[in-house]
Design a binder for this molecule. Sequence first.
Ligand SMILES: [Zn+2]
Length: 83
Amino acid sequence: MSHPFTWVPAAWQRHASRDPVPPPAAEFPRGVVVSTLCGQEVTSASGELAWLWGTCPDCDDVTREIVGVPSRAETAAEGRGRS
Ligand SMILES: [Zn+2]
């Protein structure tokens, strides 16, 4: 296990969730209610098209925090602040 969250396409966005994925799958099956890192309860979707949905910006921020990567906003701010 690399990170304590799973990306899940739902509600026309790609969200991340800390809910446990039912084994042995590596991602949520279709139709599961999932709590996302942005504080929503959504029903998971599946299929190639669903994975093309845009990344939820709030989930993106939280996962970057978990992984220890600066958020996109912080990266932009640092770029402006340093010479
Ligand atoms: Zn989200």
